[in-house]
Design a protein around this ligand. Structure first.
Ligand code: KIV
Length: 281
């Protein structure tokens, strides 16, 4: 692993320096407790606009607002000691042009303490990325399947198959030339992601892309089995916490119904007998 910033927190240059080296481990987080869980294992933690679908039950990321990103970004910041924190710029917060993007990126950075922002798009957004990176806003690009463009794509389809791969390559190189320090490649053919990773100067972070990418990212609720909305092929379930939670809740409901909870150890006597963990038992 490369040297870290003086505070012990990974910085955008640390991430950029990992090009072609040990794979970058990245996950999303939206809350303080989950940030605490992922921080010791991750190089980068993304407060993704996937929060809208995963935590707020929205049908897509399009309804996510800057205020939502600031609120979740603040919560994640409290849980991180080491990983670089990146916050997504939500739909409508940057597409009007560089000035709008800078104003909102500055709000995200000041409001959350994040060191970088991520925005979706390639050639069409390169001018905006150049404007931001030239003014103290480190940027991660995001090309391929860009979920904020779900209506343009007509669904969450693989992008860049066949001749269309050239478009994704141009997008990735455009964001790199504009100064992005890394680029997310989402849901593109494996060979295309491998080729871009070989040829581009900045780290690629894959999601539904290739093991050859310089890093990988997943939505944490997906890989923990907590989000049942839909299950893309690229998600590997490392746990089934949703099933475990559902079984626990069913047991609780049964025990309450049968008056087996609370048991003697969960209730209080008239006089405090012992003190346990600061609480009179
Ligand atoms: O919003 C998000 O979580 C993302 C990642 C999946 C890359 O953009």
């Amino acid at each position: 692993m490369s040297a870290m910033g003086v505070s012990g927190v990974l910085t955008p240059p640390d991430i950029a320096a990992r090009k072609g080296k040990a794979p970058l481990v990245c996950l999303t987080a939206y809350t303080t407790p989950v940030a605490r869980l992922v921080d010791p294992h991750c190089d980068m933690v993304l407060v993704g606009d996937s929060v809208g679908m995963v935590l707020h039950g929205l049908p897509s990321t399009l309804g996510v607002t800057l205020d939502m990103m600031i609120m979740h970004g603040k919560a994640v910041r409290r849980g991180l000691e080491r990983a670089l924190m990146v916050v997504d710029m939500p739909f409508g917060s940057y597409e009007e042009g560089p000035e709008q993007a800078f104003r909102n990126a500055a709000r995200l950075m000041a409001g959350t303490g994040c060191a970088a922002v991520k925005l979706e798009g390639g050639e069409s957004i390169a001018g905006t990325i150049r404007f931001l990176t030239g003014r103290g806003v480190p940027v991660i690009g995001h090309v391929g399947l860009t979920p904020q463009a779900v209506n343009t794509f007509g669904g969450y389809r693989v992008q860049g198959r066949g001749e269309d791969g050239e478009r994704i390559r141009r997008d990735a190189f455009a964001v790199a030339e504009a100064g992005a320090f890394a680029v997310v490649l989402e849901k593109v053919p494996e060979a295309l992601a491998r080729g871009i990773t070989q040829d581009i100067a900045i780290p690629t972070i894959g999601i539904g892309a290739s093991p050859a990418c310089d890093g990988q990212i997943l939505v944490v609720d997906d890989m923990l089995g907590l989000f049942g909305g839909f299950r893309p092929k690229f998600v590997k379930r490392y746990a089934e916490l949703g099933e475990a939670a559902s079984a626990a809740i069913a047991t609780y409901a049964q025990e309450v119904g049968e008056r087996r909870f609370p048991a003697a150890e969960h209730v209080f006597g008239d006089a405090p007998a012992t003190v346990r963990g600061g609480e009179a038992a």
